[in-house]
Design a binder for this molecule. Structure first.
Ligand code: NAG
Ligand code: NAG
Ligand code: NAG
Length: 331
């Protein structure tokens, strides 16, 4: 895949406010966010009060507001999430967070739209315009290095779970792993195979391909004496879930016949049965696009499958906030 040679600084240990060590994968620089907002002592107390896993579970709960350009969004305020201090990160913060990182996003057109939203946060509008054509070449990969922040971002066209497994096998072969890996798959399988148990089998193989790579327990991340020598320990895995399908809006007869509500549910059940998600005991943290898209609703979808950019923007911010929370956990 030609990715060797890219040097990433991982597992930086920052000396924070003279008292706290923070082990950061992905060069997550918390310093720009927190000291300005809370004194360090308060930060410590807050973390003791707020169980970070509960914040993670609230991350996908957002709400949308129609506006003149389409939709804007924010986290729901009635869900206890204000204690979690979720925040939409602006360009300087994202640049800082992802500085020196290698991010790989692999999947179908949903994953491509996710990449567009992520790049939107990092690049200016002129730069975005100049890359549009390459970014939207159908069924092809896209690679970019954002030099000023040393961010390497690869979109890999991988519509099936078997393609995702091949990508993992490629990483293993080259013994080099991204800092952040976002994967998702399902729509193509539903349309072209329409066999949920086969989808489940392919997800199981994907999970199996990852298992020998993952640390036994998250605690090992912070404590292991060989910290940093095993690159996979710093790997952050996200599953980009399938969107809510709005059957009557799907743009071909074949899609309307095969991609039914029932079939969608059956695919979703297979996802959980495969135990690929963190909530089911697996490695991937779910970016719950089904929920994020459903909340935005019918008016927010273009073709019953692809949604307004607000949905992908929200999923990017869910991921970025999850990365921040994960680094808190390592305090
Ligand atoms: C990225 O990190 C490098 C080295 O740590 C630093 O020199 C540079 O200013 C950082 N850039 C941004 C945009 O944060
Ligand atoms: C993805 O997998 C399908 C089915 O196994 C295969 O036909 C296709 O060539 C693969 N695509 C890529 C990009 O590897
Ligand atoms: C669905 O997939 C399963 C598992 O791969 C396979 O055994 C079964 O024959 C498939 N069903 C159909 C109707 O193709």
């Amino acid at each position: 895949m030609g990715m060797a040679g890219w040097h990433l600084s991982r597992n930086k240990v920052l000396f924070f406010s003279g008292a706290l060590f923070i082990t950061l994968a992905v060069c997550i620089h918390l310093i720009p966010y927190f000291p300005s907002m809370f004194p360090p002592v308060l930060l410590q107390q807050e973390q003791q009060q707020q169980d970070p896993t509960s914040c993670i579970s609230l991350l996908n709960e957002v709400t949308y507001f129609p506006n003149s350009h389409g939709f804007s969004w924010n986290w729901e305020t009635n869900s206890g999430s204000h204690d979690c201090d979720f925040q939409k990160l602006g360009r300087p913060d994202v640049s800082d967070l992802l500085n020196g990182s290698w991010v790989v996003v692999a999947g179908d057109s949903q994953a491509r739209l996710f990449v567009v939203s992520l790049l939107d946060l990092v690049l200016g509008s002129d730069e975005m315009e100049s890359i549009q054509d390459d970014l939207f070449k159908r069924h092809s990969d896209y690679h970019i290095v954002v030099k000023k922040i040393g961010l390497k971002l690869d979109f890999l066209w991988a519509p099936y779970a078997t393609n995702l497994t091949d990508i993992i096998i490629g990483f293993k072969r080259n013994k080099i792993y991204p800092d952040v890996l976002v994967m998702g798959s399902g729509l193509w399988h539903m349309l072209h195979f329409t066999n949920y148990s086969d989808y489940g089998v392919s997800l199981g193989l994907l999970r199996d391909s990852l298992v020998p790579l993952l640390p036994v327990s998250p605690e090992f991340n912070a404590a292991g004496p060989d910290m940093g020598s095993d690159p996979i320990r710093a790997l952050h895995l996200f599953w980009l879930g399938m969107p809510t399908l709005i059957n009557r809006m799907l743009n071909t007869e074949e899609k309307r016949v095969k991609m039914t509500h029932e079939m969608s549910n059956a695919y979703d059940q297979e996802l959980h049965k495969s135990k690929i998600l963190r909530q089911d005991g697996g490695p991937f943290l779910l970016l719950n696009v089904a929920m994020l898209s459903n909340k935005c609703g019918v008016d927010c979808s273009l073709d019953g499958m692809h949604y307004n950019e607000a949905v992908y923007e929200a999923s990017v911010h869910v991921m970025l906030n999850a990365l921040l929370i994960e680094s808190h956990q390592k305090l």
